[in-house]
Structure formats: C-alpha cells, structure tokens
Design a protein around this ligand. Structure first.
Ligand SMILES: Nc1ncnc2c1ncn2[C@@H]1O[C@H](COP(=O)(O)OP(=O)(O)O)[C@@H](O)[C@H]1O
Ligand SMILES: [Mg+2]
Length: 334
C-alpha cells in the first residue's frame, strides 16, 4: 500500500554497523519514502505483512478498547517551599484497541510523556481514569502494577540510559522473564526467540549494550519490552534519537512485530511524519489537551485544527518544490 521507494536500495540497507549483525532482509522502506508517504496506516494494513506479499496474518484490531483514558488530569506538585503546581494534562481522553497504534503527536512540553507516564502508573492522576482491558488501573496498587507489567510495557527514547551498561544483552532480556517465574532454561529459549524477532544474531546475547549501534540498542530495548508478550507498549519517542534511515528500520520492525503479535502501541512523537507512518489513528496534543484525533491519514494530511495544520506545514519533506509550497502556505498561515 505504500507508494514509493520500497526496495529501492541495495542489500546492505540494514547497515546498523558495529557488533552484532542484523539477519533479516533489508528494511523495506527508506526513511525518505516514509517521509513522502502521504497516507497513514489503515486497519487493513495492520493485518498485512509488508514484505512483498499480501499474506494476511493473525493480527486484527479488536473492537473493544484495550486501553481507555477518560478525562485524565495530571497536576504536578511543585517541589520545595511554595513552588507552584503545574497542570500538565487537562481532561485527556483517548482509547486504543488491541493490535492498534495510536500516535500521540505534539510539540515538546505538550504533555505527551506525562500521558504515557499516567498510563504506566508513573504519574499520579489527579482526576479521571485509566482502564486496561476493562479494569480500572488509575490507582493500581504496586502488586497490581507488577502483574500489569506483563501486559503493559514501555520503550523510551534513549536506550543508552534505559539499558544497564554493566549487563550483557542476555541478562537484560532474562531479567523480566525470570522475575515472572520462568526457569533459566525457559528464559534462554525466550531470549533466543526475542533476538531472532528483533533481527540480531543469537550470540548478541553475550555482548554488552555499548557494543551495539544506536539502532541495535533500540532493538534490544524493544526485545526487553516484548519479553513477557505484552498487549500494549508505550513507545515514548522511540526513534527520535536515531538517524533517518535507522528510524525507518525501527518503525518497520515495530510494524512487523505488531502484525505477528497483535500488540497495541501508544506511539508518542513530536514528529508528524513518524507518527503518520506508523499510526492507525492519531491524536494531537497541545498544552496538555487533545486538540483533535481520528483516522491517521485524515488527521495528518487534512487536519482540521489550525495547530495541526501548522504542525503539518512545519514538518519537512524532501521534495524542494513541495517544501517551497509548504513554506509559502506556512507563511500565509501566520
Ligand atoms: N515532574 C514534573 N514536575 C513538574 N512539571 C513537570 C514534570 N514533568 C513534566 N513537567 C512539565 O509538564 C509539561 C509536559 O511535560 P511532558 O509530559 O514531558 O511533555 P512532552 O513529553 O510533550 O515534551 C512540561 O511543561 C513539563 O515542564
Ligand atoms: Mg516527552
């Protein structure tokens, strides 16, 4: 369904260099193609493998919401004496169905991370509710949260700080698995599966995070998130620290994983073209509020809200003529 640029390059596109070679065939879409892609994903696209065939695999988007965020407010308490409070989220509502990607886009400071943290139970919700698979988890106890960590996982922007540098990749991946009661043997089998799933060689497990490139490290962070077969992953700017071609490969990996496992993503990014590429639906956030949300294609190509129009016109495209037109349109908006 993607219009341009697929397989336009040679076989070494997955040139994520340094230790640990990537086994899988090359990335299917070059970053620029991703950026040129005018449409978002459709629910139908989610069920298609994009490696050439139209093989429809098991993943379909569920009917009932898996995650439901209703009228959530988050107020940060100021630290210290008489520090003011900060109202970071205002009546935020959204939902995500099983197997679906909801892209949350907005400028820095708009409250995206706060929303992700509220879902993960890392930010206190002042009012409103978060429910997962029908259960209210807004103020889940530590014990419930621990059980929930099977189902809800997270991938952060910076794998440097999220992966323990003193641990081998195998022990990083083993940690969540054994913490939930698996034997060492079971863990080893699961680690082999995970390394294969993210396209690293089996012996990558013996190495340390520093021995990998940024893209490979992000793959390892993704594997760790996948270890317990979660149903939802909060991806907070997972490709923002990567160069363009690596971004595209990681996005493709996330899509492939979704197709094969049926996991849902809350995909957070400040970059409209990244969100457009991976999301079925998109919500636009500004100053702690959702300005508009809906079908990814529609919101990212013909947005209704002036702020989203601005965001769209400000997002760079690698076509000088279209970019010039955008600059012109943007100037006229202002
Ligand atoms: N722990 C905190 N205490 C007080 N204010 C915070 C805290 N975390 C974030 N903020 C503020 O909340 C707003 C939203 O932040 P954040 O959710 O990180 O936005 P985004 O992820 O969209 O960049 C920002 O103005 C930020 O300064
Ligand atoms: Mg953030």
């Amino acid at each position: 369904m993607r219009p341009c640029g697929r397989d336009a390059q040679g076989p070494d596109r997955r040139g994520e260099t340094s230790a640990g070679t990537v086994q899988q065939p090359g990335a299917r879409i070059h970053a620029h193609a991703a950026r040129l892609n005018p449409g978002g994903r459709t629910p139908e696209a989610a069920t298609r493998r994009r490696d050439g065939g139209d093989t429809v695999t098991g993943s379909t988007i569920g009917a009932a919401p898996l995650l439901q965020v209703s009228d959530v407010n988050v107020v940060y308490r100021g630290a210290g004496w008489r520090r003011p409070t900060f109202h970071a989220l205002h009546d935020v509502s959204l939902d995500i169905r099983a197997g679906e990607t909801l892209g949350l886009v907005g400028e820095s400071g708009s409250g995206k991370t706060t929303l992700g943290r509220a879902v993960l139970g890392l930010a206190d919700v002042s009012s409103g509710s978060v429910s997962f698979d029908g259960d209210d988890i807004t103020r889940a106890t530590r014990r419930t949260r621990r059980a929930l960590s099977r189902d809800i996982q997270v991938v952060f922007q910076d794998p440097y700080s999220s992966l323990n540098p003193a641990m081998t990749v195998a022990s990083i991946l083993a940690e969540p698995i054994t913490a939930h009661g698996a034997t060492r043997q079971e863990a080893a089998a699961r680690i082999a599966e995970l390394l294969d799933q993210i396209g690293l060689e089996p012996d990558a497990g013996r190495r340390y995070p520093r021995e990998f490139s940024g893209g490979q490290r992000q793959r390892i962070a993704i594997a760790r998130a996948l270890a317990l077969r979660p149903r939802l992953i909060v991806c907070d700017e997972p490709v923002s620290a990567l160069d363009l071609s690596t971004q595209a490969r990681i996005l493709d990996l996330l899509i492939d994983i979704q197709v094969t496992t049926g996991v849902a993503y809350l995909f957070i990014s400040h970059d409209l073209s990244v969100v457009r590429y991976i999301s079925h639906r998109v919500a636009v956030m500004l100053d702690g509020q959702i300005l508009e949300s809906g079908d990814g294609d529609k919101v990212t190509s013909t947005p209704e809200h002036p702020y989203t129009q601005r965001l769209l016109l400000a997002s760079p495209i690698p076509d000088p003529a279209r970019q010039a037109q955008r600059r012109h349109d943007y100037a006229n908006l202002a």
